[in-house]
Every structure is written in structure tokens, then in C-alpha cells.
Ligand binder design. Structure first.
Ligand SMILES: NC(=O)c1ccc[n+]([C@@H]2O[C@H](COP(=O)([O-])OP(=O)(O)OC[C@H]3O[C@@H](n4cnc5c(N)ncnc54)[C@H](OP(=O)(O)O)[C@@H]3O)[C@@H](O)[C@H]2O)c1
Length: 246
């Protein structure tokens, strides 16, 4: 826990699931962590306390990433507490599954607002405010490669995130900031597990040649690589972390 003690990492959607595992892992690697959440203050607070108990530094910050003003406030909170932001992990996301023919406008708008506009909001802020030498990691999804029925709108938001990843990597030329995406496959969190039968979960768990579901810690390890010294030469890429399903 001595590697990057002066660096500040902001993780969106860090109250639960993959984001919580990322926050915990980055804290263990020595980053000071800003734990963003939108609704669930209690688990976000518990996570920040756990990080502090283990000798790290963390604060929580509420913001709906879909709201540009709230995102500005999120960066303000990080700067006020710690003086700046070095690493942004754009993890907050939602998923509603339905065939395109049956998808209503509200489901489309909600997913675009959080997954796409939310990522745009934080990327724009980071492009203006991230310290030189920083890292940006966007969380996409392996559905961009799998293209399963029912994932149309969700996959489209993530494909857009991957496109912005490559564009921003080029726009930040000269500032030594890398911009990458990580694209998890099925991972054991509320987002994946809720609403699925045990049979469907078993079938999806077996898609990977490694024959298991991803765990949030598996994804956090990939993010830690991209955020840490060993990831320095990776830029403008999407790393699929899915046990080999696509
Ligand atoms: N799980 C998978 O199989 C899988 C696969 C591929 C990609 N992903 C991607 O991985 C990321 C994390 O997913 P997960 O599985 O960990 O989901 P999750 O368990 O449902 O957790 C979602 C997190 O995002 C936060 N969040 C939701 N809407 C937000 C908003 N508008 N503003 C700020 N935070 C918001 C939630 O905060 P609250 O607790 O406050 O609601 C929560 O911390 C998402 O981008 C998802 O698309 C997941």
C-alpha cells in the first residue's frame, strides 16, 4: 500500500458491485478514493469506513452522473477534499433488458442518460480537470461483442462509450493521460443477477471457457492494472475481461 499514495481516484457507482470492488482495490494499491453513489448512501459510507480502517483514505460523494451540474459538484468535492483528481473510473451504469421491438422510450432514455450521458458528463469534466499524467478507465461491457438479443439499447450505450474512449485518448495528446475501457462479461453483481432464474445464471456462467461467473474483484484487478504503473503504455484500448467468452 505504498505505490501511489499521492494519487486520487474517483470511482463512479462505487457503493455496490464492480465499483465497490474497484474502490477497495485502488485503496489497497495506495490511491485515495472518492466513492461516488447515486442513491445508496449506507453501503457507500460503510465502504469508505472500511477503507479508512484498513489504513487508506476515502470520502463518499453523492451525484447522479446523468446530471452535469452534479458531476461538476463531484469533481469540486474531490478537489476540495484532496486537491485534485488523477484517476477517473467511469463505472456507474444501469441495464434494462428487452427486445428492441418491446423497449419503451423511458427504458431507452434512462439507459442513455446514465450509461452514455453520464459517461460523457464525467469525461468532459475529467478532460478539463484531471491532472496531467492521469488515467481514465471507462466500464463498457462484452455485450458489445456478444450482441445477444435483448441487449440492444444497453449494448448501444456501451459501444458509444468505447467510441468516446478512443476519441478522448487522442484529444488528450500532450498531457500524458491514458483513456481506456474495460469490458466485463457476466459478473456476479445485482445488475447481472437480479431478475434471472438460477438456470439462466448457470447457463451464462458456463459461457466462458473458464466455466464460472466473473467476480467484481476480477474486474477490479483489470482496472488496477490500467490505473497503475504497469498500464502506462496502454492507451485508447478496450480490455475485455470476461474469462474468454468473446
Ligand atoms: N455485472 C455485470 O455482469 C456487468 C457486465 C458488463 C458490464 N457491467 C458494467 O459494470 C458497471 C457496474 O455494474 P455492476 O454490475 O457493478 O452494477 P450494480 O451492482 O447494479 O451497481 C451499480 C452502481 O452504479 C451506481 N449508479 C447507478 N446509477 C447511477 C447514477 N445515475 N449515478 C451514479 N451512480 C449510479 C449504483 O449506485 P447506488 O447504489 O447509489 O444506486 C451502484 O453503485 C456498469 O457500468 C455495468 O454496465 C456489468
Amino acid at each position: 500500500m505504498t505505490r501511489h499514495t499521492h494519487k486520487i481516484a474517483l470511482v463512479t457507482g462505487a457503493s455496490r458491485g464492480i465499483g465497490a470492488a474497484v474502490a477497495e482495490r485502488l485503496a489497497r494499491d495506495g490511491f485515495t478514493v472518492v466513492v461516488n453513489y447515486s442513491g445508496n448512501a449506507a453501503p457507500a459510507g460503510a465502504l469508505a469506513r472500511r477503507i479508512e480502517e484498513q489504513g487508506g483514505r476515502a470520502i463518499t460523494a453523492r451525484a447522479d452522473v446523468g446530471d452535469p451540474q452534479a458531476v461538476r459538484g463531484l469533481f469540486d468535492a474531490a478537489e476540495t477534499a484532496f486537491g485534485g483528481v488523477d484517476v477517473l473510473v467511469n463505472n456507474a451504469g444501469i441495464m434494462t433488458l428487452s427486445p428492441i421491438a418491446e423497449t419503451d422510450d423511458a427504458a431507452f432514455d434512462r439507459q442513455v442518460a446514465v450509461n452514455l450521458k453520464g459517461t460523457f458528463n464525467t469525461l468532459r469534466e475529467a478532460a478539463r480537470r484531471l491532472r496531467d499524467g492521469g488515467r481514465i478507465i471507462n466500464v463498457s461491457s462484452s455485450v458489445v461483442g456478444l450482441l445477444q438479443p435483448g441487449y440492444g439499447v444497453y449494448a448501444a450505450t456501451k459501444a458509444a462509450v468505447e467510441a468516446m474512449t478512443g476519441v478522448l485518448a487522442r484529444e488528450l495528446r500532450g498531457r500524458a493521460i491514458t483513456v481506456n475501457a474495460i469490458a466485463p462479461g457476466p459478473t456476479a453483481t445485482d445488475l447481472f443477477l437480479n431478475g434471472k432464474s438460477p438456470e439462466l445464471i448457470a447457463r451464462l456462467s458456463n459461457l466462458a471457457p473458464l466455466e464460472r461467473l466473473g467476480q467484481p474483484e476480477d474486474i477490479a484487478a483489470g482496472v488496477a492494472f490500467l490505473a497503475g504503473p504497469d498500464g502506462a503504455w496502454i492507451n485508447g484500448q478496450t480490455l475485455r475481461a470476461n474469462g474468454g467468452i468473446v
